[in-house]
Structure formats: C-alpha cells, structure tokens
Design a protein around this ligand. Structure first.
Ligand code: FHN
Length: 468
C-alpha cells in the first residue's frame, strides 16, 4: 500500500526512553468545581434529557447541517497492521488483539514501539476540511483499551507508554478549533481488552489478566477517562460510544450524567445495550434504503474493508462510490462519517488522501447541494437523487444527476409546484422547463458537467407538492 507523501512531519522533540506501561490507578479524576453523582441509585439526568424540543433542535443544528464528517480509527493496532507472528489475521485491523487472542502482555509490548512522529494534526484537519467534511470523530480509546490521549487514569496511554510523548487529541482539538471543524471522541466504554473487568465481545476474555469486575472497570477507568475527555479538550461536539456489551441501565447511569460537562454535546445511540439513549442512530457500512424518517442518523463507513490500518487491504471503494454514497445519504436525510485509518507513523494512506481530495473538488462546486439540505420528497428517481432546502416563499430542489440523460430530458415525476427557474449549479446556465406527464421536464445540455454527479438547481414556489 502506498502511503501519502504529503509532508506530515513537523518539528517535535521525541523522547527516546520507553516508559513502563502501568495499570489503571484506582483514583477517580476530579472535575474541578463540580461533583457529579454517578451512582445508579440516584441517577442524575443529563442536560440532554431535560431540554425542550426547541433546545434539542438548537443543539443538533450543526450536526443536521454538516452531512459529512471524518472518522479516524487510530491506535496500537496500526503497528501489526493486520499481521501477527507473520500471519495475516482475518477481520478488521483494530480487532487483531481479539482475533488472534493476543495475550495482554504481548499486545502491551507494542506501546514502546509506537512513535508516530509523522502525525500532523493540522495536515489531517486540513485534509478533512478540503474534502468538505465539517467534523472529525477520532478513537480516543478503542476496544484494545489503549488511550490515545494523555490520561491520568491509566498509564496505558500514548503519552506515558510510548516514546511519542505527545497528546494527539490535544493537537487535533487545537487544529479543529483553528479551522472551524467540530471534534468528537469515540470511546469504547464497555469493551476493554486491557483493563481487568472490561468486556470482550465475540470470544469473551482469552487471558486471565482481563478478568475482573466490569463495574470496577467502569468506575476506575471508563468513567474517569470520559471525564477527562469532556473536561480537558475544550468544546467537544460528539461522544461516539461503541459496542454497548453488557451496558445495563445501572452501568449506563455511571456515564450518562457526565454529559453535563459538555451541555451542547451530541451523542450516538451506542451507550446502552437497548440503544435507548443518544441523539442519532448509527447504521454501519450500509445506507438505509429509505433513510430513517423521524430520526437523526449517521452512516459510518470504511473506504476499504477495515477501520484500523491494515497494510494489505487494497479493496478501496472508488471515488464515484464514495461520492454517490454521500449524495444518497444526504438525499435520505442522514450524515456520512467516512473513515480513515492512519499508519503507525501517523500518516493517512495515500488511497484515502486521493479519494478525499477528489471528493473535495466536487464539494467545492456542489457543496451547496449537500450542506443544510433535507431529504428528497421523491420515492425514486431513475437518474439519481434529490436534496431540498425550504425557502421563505418556496423551495430549492437540488437534482443530483448520476446518469446524464442522452435524450436531453430530465423528468421529475409528480412535481406539482410552479417552477421559478432551473439552472446548472456549475456555471449557472439556465435550463428550459415544461410540464410533462404529470410532472416537470427539464431540458439539459448534451454534455454533463461532472461524470460522477452533476447538479441541477430547481427553484419552485410554495411548499413542496410531490405526488409519488
Ligand atoms: O467493533 C467496532 C469496530 O471496530 C469499529 O470501531 C466500528 C465503527 O463503527 N464499531 C464497532 C463495530 O460496530
């Protein structure tokens, strides 16, 4: 696999001594000036539970408008990159410890080798911004239990246990703030294959070092680490929980009240095992056929077949597929969280960079037809997709044409509104419109502006009236 040749390097002091990896400290991190009751007997509701519908709309406004974000899966698993003891391990890269039943001590030995000196937060944020992404969600701790931030709770973290001696989450938070991108943290609250008591899906524990009380693990690791994440990195826009194995209500109540620390935060529906909490649903690696009407949702997806870096996974989706996925998702009212898996050096693989740059070129011309749009009023459009925006006196329809009409006619079946204008988004050329077959027919030029998807902007009067 080619790695991006972009210059990700930046002057930095590198400590050459590897630190001893320690165990979790049985000390809870204190949030200054605030006592948070996390007991299950007297649950403290989070602000998100007590807000009015209008307050919820205000909190989710940016998320609903953003439509496109970057997921980053990055951790110690980038070192083996899919191989253990010379063998290719099946499955997704970040699961290698579980898939190959690697003993805790052996996996832990990766930490002193982790020195991603090429990591450059400004470059990554710049790449996301250029691609048209409005937010980033990064793995602060995946199921392997290794914290990718300077945690005071457990020395099993990137600052204390590696020669890197930097906190990439702090650097990302600064870069995101500078560039106006929102930052979210992924946190594996239930599964933790390192700290005793953490859950292990698929196989259960495979090393006695993992045995222990899940409640103790939550009290001594997950709760204080989430407090750190919500206290030490400025405004955090998303908390992205994952795999709520054994997250029964009493355990959920240990974590849920912490959201008070970031009253504006948006969370997904993977905190509790019944998916009852959170703001948005999380279809994974798939796009719901008709969206999820009445819900906020976000499809997360890999660009190849793994989240964490695997050196031999070359099954890359094409730019056309990724871009059309983004359009398809927007046309169904959802967000697209597209994953990159940096290498152990901190570099985003070149195939990901190439695709993101190509998506960015399209977004520069067509972004207006994605951001802040709502779902299509049409059941089906044979030639592509539609996104809409309500205007004070009418509506704008963005017609995303995947298959440019050979006969020069684009039909919008069942659209009853009076049309004000039709034009190409790229270049603004006006297009003729006439009523036809119970709908609207637009006359299109012979050549399409973009072979992946060309946008026609249709402005209509009044509230949308489509008879499907
Ligand atoms: O087990 C994880 C997986 O490694 C990855 O993080 C994905 C991303 O949504 N979530 C879990 C599987 O659903």
């Amino acid at each position: 696999m080619k790695i991006s040749r972009r210059d990700f390097s930046r002057g930095c002091a590198i400590a050459t001594t590897a630190l001893v990896v320690g165990e979790a400290l049985p000390v809870l991190a204190q949030v200054e000036g605030e006592h948070i009751d996390t007991s299950s007997k007297h649950p403290v509701p989070s602000i998100q539970d007590t807000e009015t519908p209008a307050q919820k709309d205000a909190r989710l406004k940016w998320f609903r408008e953003a439509r496109f974000g970057m997921f980053i899966h990055w951790g110690l698993y980038a070192i083996p990159a899919g191989r253990w003891n010379g063998q290719e391990v099946p499955g997704i890269g970040e699961w290698i410890m579980n898939r190959a039943s690697i003993p805790v001590a052996d996996y832990k030995a990766l930490a002193p080798k982790f020195n991603p000196t090429q990591f450059n937060a400004a470059e990554i944020v710049g790449l996301a911004k250029e691609a048209g992404m409005k937010y980033i969600v990064i793995t602060s701790k995946h199921h392997d239990g290794f914290a990718m931030f300077h945690s005071r709770v457990s020395t099993y973290n990137i600052y204390d246990a590696t020669p890197f001696k930097r906190d990439p989450l702090k650097e990302l938070a600064e870069a995101c703030r500078k560039e106006g991108l929102k930052l979210g943290f992924y946190y594996s609250q239930a599964q933790d294959w390192h700290h005793p008591g953490g859950a292990a899906a698929r196989t259960g524990h495979w090393d006695p070092a993992q045995d222990g009380s899940m409640d103790d693990y939550l009290d001594q690791v997950a709760v204080p680490q989430v407090k750190e994440l919500l206290s030490n990195y400025g405004p955090i826009s998303i908390l992205w929980w994952d795999t709520p194995k054994d997250m029964i209500p009493s355990r959920v109540q240990k974590l849920l009240p912490l959201l008070k620390l970031q009253p504006d935060i948006v969370t997904n529906n993977r905190l509790d095992k019944d998916k009852k909490t959170g703001d948005f649903s999380t279809p994974e690696q798939k796009i719901p056929a008709t969206g999820l009407p009445g819900e906020d949702w976000e499809t997360c997806m890999t660009m190849n077949t793994t989240w964490g870096y695997k050196s031999f996974d070359e099954k890359w989706k094409s730019t056309e597929t990724l871009l059309r996925n983004l359009i398809d998702i927007a046309s169904k009212g959802g967000n697209y969280l597209l994953n990159v898996g940096p290498t152990s050096e901190g570099l985003i693989p070149a195939p990901s960079v190439e695709r993101l740059e190509a998506i960015g070129r399209w977004m520069k011309v067509n972004g207006e037809a994605i951001y802040g749009t709502t779902a299509s009023p049409f059941k089906e459009l044979a030639w592509g997709r539609c996104t809409t925006k309500a205007e004070p006196q009418g509506a704008t329809l963005y017609l995303h044409v995947f298959d440019w009409p050979r006969d020069g006619h684009l039909l919008l079946p069942g659209l009853k509104n009076e049309v004000q204008s039709a034009s190409l988004l790229s270049g603004g050329a006006r297009l003729a419109v006439e009523a036809r077959d119970g709908g609207i027919q637009i006359t299109t030029p012979a050549s399409c502006p973009d072979p992946i998807s060309s946008t026609v902007v249709l402005k209509v009067k009044g509230a949308l009236d489509v008879r499907n």
